[in-house]
Design a protein. Sequence first.
Length: 718
Amino acid sequence: MEMDQPTAAAVVTPQHRKRSHSRSHLASSSSQVDTPSINGRQDKDSPRKQPKVSRACDVCKAKKAKCSGTLPCDGCTRKGLACVYDAKYSRGRPPTPPPAHPPLPPSIAVVDVDVPSRASPEVDMAEIEGQYFDPTSGLTFLHRAFKRLSSHKAEFAPHVSSGAEKQQPLMTAGDRPLECDDDGTTELPDRDTSMAALAYYFDTCVVTYHIFHQATIMGWLKAMLQNVQEGQPLQNGLGHSRASIVLSILAIVTFRQEKIRMRSEYPQDEARALRRSDPYFVAARALTDAETGLPRLESAQARLVQVLYLLQTARMNQGWYVFGITSQIMAALGLHRQGGRTRHNLSRSRSRSRADYINIQCRKRTFWVAYIIDNYLSVILGRPMQHRDEDIELDFPDCVNDEDMTPQGPSTTEAADDCYLDAMIFHAQLSQIVAKISREVYAIQHIPTRERIAAAHRSVSALHSWRASLPAHLGTVKPSSLIPRFRRQSTALKLAYCHAIIHAYRPFLLGQRGIYLHQATENAADGTYTAECVSAAKVALETVASMANDGSLFHAFWWTVYVTFCAIAVVYVCEIQQNRHPGHENDQLSLAQLSTLADRCLQHLDRATSVHSPSRRYSVVLEELRREARRQTQVTLDNDLGETVQIQAQTHVQSAPFDLNAAQMSGLPDPPTDDSLHSTQDLWNGWQTTDWLDLDSSAFGLHADMDGSPSLWDLSSS
């Protein structure tokens, strides 16, 4: 995309650098050969006098290189650099650099069209994480969202407005500080409260993250309560990691219960809940920090449950780093390898007979729960997964409820009806498909679009097979008719499935000639992936809207906000595409209804979240995307109105003599040129697959891989 009249800088983005250079070369060659000189003769008939350059651009000035003095200059155009003239000019009033391309000769008629700007008037040029975007870039709305947050930093992020994050340790920088003293001391609740809290954790908080064996954890808690009575350290007789696990569970339960309780009393005061839950987490972290010796299974489990607490409290940066350490511990323990392998050709039966069945199953549970978390962290933060499928040699845990497990094996040979471990197994299977989508559809290597689409179709076919294999209580039965535990699991898998469909098909929404909300279309392929993607977004939004009335359900999954963000973004992107290529009237009506649902979910996202939460940043980004969609809707309406006026004017011309002065005085707008309409409608043509990843990670800032590059959400520096 090109800027018609650059005002501050001319930018060639990396993905368009080669193409823009080719166009610039052709344009310059054409002007040298075909453009007549002022006196009417060709340039080849008279020697061209080189104009004196009174000011060099900043890049050429810094390198002391020859500069053409134009905007952009020849050197910057050739190298694909941003050409700016911002350096101090000490020779009086700085001259305005002339445009690189000469104006059209007077003999060529120029139609002056008042077309609405493609960019917000508040943004001319955006630099986001060291990457430059001109006003026509599809990512400039992220910059506008950043500016909104910066201008309201006291409202949106008061905990970082003083620049305190610059004093935080590397692994916690940018996260909300702990709401307690970092001394690692806390007291356990009384016996009844503690036992009830652990029962609540396994019944309500686990959902698909079933890591532990309930009876084992209960035994550890009883030992810790006994230590309290005897005045011994909590970890006495247990070890640091086991005591840490119990404290982290208490932190998760306390935070969840406080969030539900405050939903009606203090809906946006998350600090109240954190002041009660953070002390347990700090004590748990102090225990793992003091752990010595070689790692054990509990060493990985203790840190994994800490990750879950950090993610639920929206401390994504610390959660990411702790998860990295956890993954290394699991790799050192060989949790990704099939259990029971021994040397010297020992049979598996002999190996298993000596092993603890509960320990074997918990090893598998721990790894696959970590795999699920890894998958969502990867797509949310736009970073590679820690675990690679080609390195994994591990089957799923047995579908056996905790009460039916003994150290020797299952206590019953009959398959359990409606086993609550089913949800974790199916979620892990779904995560494998999503990981494949991320590798094949979102590959950063240059891959033809048709191959990406084929990969998406293969993955969606696998998703359909996965959905068909779900047991009734997780697939076909209406969630409202299930017991609370299964209702949460069914809802979680429904949202996860919707996200997987969206993740597979959304990169192709902007690359076709229309948005089809029904399968029966002239282009069957377009109709398939757009209809299914939009349908998945609709189901996700309807599910979230129903969850909003159930506080315990809405706060059951830490990634609910992200799935909501993806679904709303799909709706607004479809609205943008619909404005560019209007489809069937029924599709336009359906999309209008869906946009209303998206607006409602966006309002809920804004109201139901803390001002400190990344979900508030999500809502700001979505609001800017919504404004972009509605702005383009207005552009389309204005263009349609202009065409109507043009037709009326042409009819008048055919029936009456043409009077130029009368036409100019009538106030009729000039008809927009084809080029201007094309440039307005094709704002998002440059949208790349990786731009979706930038959109996903927008609440946490883009990749800061360049020294000195500003952090997108570093509000204190604005």
